[in-house]
Write a protein that binds this ligand. Structure first.
Ligand SMILES: NC(=O)c1ccc[n+]([C@@H]2O[C@H](COP(=O)([O-])OP(=O)(O)OC[C@H]3O[C@@H](n4cnc5c(N)ncnc54)[C@H](O)[C@@H]3O)[C@@H](O)[C@H]2O)c1
Length: 347
């Protein structure tokens, strides 16, 4: 059944990845949710009409009583209102702590489902079936769950690892091209973090499915080492994200996340070059590749504007900023830079 990638978190679990493996959800759910009688499948208004029937039917054949809960598509679903609606549905359907839920959708559905699982009846089991590139390579594994508050994105959440993740790459065939492009920004990030053959093959235009598996493996290893982001490893996943978050905020979230990350990676490479830890040839290659994939260099914002915006971020301490840089391709490092120095970088 494709690749099986283990995540050694507090509770160990597997990511099953490959093409046309969705039908194995029945067996996986039976194996993982041994006490469950009822299963809730949470999906959004775009994904449910495409895949929910088949998933629910397979789960019913495996012996579960299945309830489909459809939420609106997009960030709106990560709201207190929709979160409350889903909890109320589970109460209405008589779910107990022995039962479980499955998120069938992109990062929005996964984050919401995980947070419902973390909090309903003080915690029930859940699994993710990611359907976007971004959720396959990033959000479906690692246990960060949450919703947005009126004051900002992801301000309310919990760590809660899934019982399993089933990543069927065949589901990406219906994903809109803009979402594919955005997800690919994160794939480039992983290639720069991992280096080696993954990076070389990406630049050479190699096999896309193999890159997805490489990304999952990288993230699985990082989460296994630093589940709660306390050991200085999980922060590497933020490569390119300082500038990306600034771009997203400045554009009022009209620039897709992964596109902003791709631009942020160019800056990360150039800042690394500035500090003499990445060669000019490598920085040039990174920029050339990213621009060749149709991403933007700066969206018309000066570096100073981006830096000022980044410094207003809640995760920044007052007199310095921590940046993930590259000490060569495949060798991420964290640099703590004084804010005045950051603002004055000649980029
Ligand atoms: N928990 C984490 O570690 C983590 C990491 C990164 C991002 N995130 C979160 O992920 C969210 C973004 O996730 P996303 O980029 O997957 O967006 P998304 O979940 O909003 O999906 C994007 C769009 O594609 C549609 N879609 C999904 N799968 C489809 C398919 N197979 N065919 C057709 N349409 C499909 C969705 O309905 C939606 O309109 C953000 O809320 C972000 O905060 C979480």
């Amino acid at each position: 059944m494709g690749d099986i990638i283990s995540v050694k978190a507090t509770t160990e679990y597997n990511v099953y990845s490959g093409k046309n493996i969705l039908q194995s959800i029945g067996g996986l759910a039976r194996e993982s949710f041994r006490t469950a009688f009822k299963l809730g499948v949470i999906s959004d208004g775009n994904v449910a009409p495409l895949y929910a029937d088949s998933v629910c039917q397979t789960l019913r054949t495996a012996g579960f009583t299945v309830y489909l809960i459809v939420v609106p598509s997009g960030e709106e679903a990560k709201s207190l209102k929709i979160y409350g609606d889903v909890l109320n549905k589970l109460v209405e359907y008589g779910f107990t702590r022995a039962d479980a839920i499955i998120g069938l959708g992109g990062g929005v559905v996964g984050d919401l489902t995980g947070f419902v699982a973390a909090t309903f009846l003080r915690g029930i089991a859940y699994a993710n079936v990611p359907t976007t590139l971004l959720s396959i390579v990033d959000s479906s594994l690692g246990g960060k769950t949450g919703i947005n508050l009126p004051g900002g994105k992801n301000l309310c959440g919990a760590f809660k690892q899934p019982a399993f993740v089933l990543s069927d790459y065949a589901l990406l065939k219906t994903l809109p091209p803009a979402e594919v492009k955005s997800g690919n920004g994160e794939v480039v990030k992983y290639a720069l973090l991992k280096g080696g053959d993954f990076y070389k093959n990406l630049l050479a235009g190699g096999n896309a499915d193999a890159f997805l598996t490489d990304c999952i493996k990288y993230k699985a290893d990082i989460v296994s080492e630093d589940e709660f982001e306390t050991k200085g490893k999980r922060i590497f996943l933020n490569l390119g994200h300082t500038v990306a978050h600034a771009l997203e905020k400045l554009s009022n979230f009209t620039i897709p996340h992964g596109n902003a990350v791709a631009t942020g990676l160019i800056y990360a490479a150039r800042i690394s070059e500035h500090y003499g830890i990445l060669s000019n040839a490598d920085a040039n290659a990174v920029e050339k590749y990213i621009l060749s994939q149709g991403y933007e260099k700066n969206y018309g914002y000066s570096f100073k504007t981006l830096a000022q915006n980044a410094l207003s971020d809640k995760k920044t301490s007052q007199d310095s900023i921590s940046l993930v840089l590259l000490h060569g391709i495949g060798k991420p490092v964290v640099y703590k830079i004084k804010t005045a120095e950051f603002l004055a970088l000649p980029l």
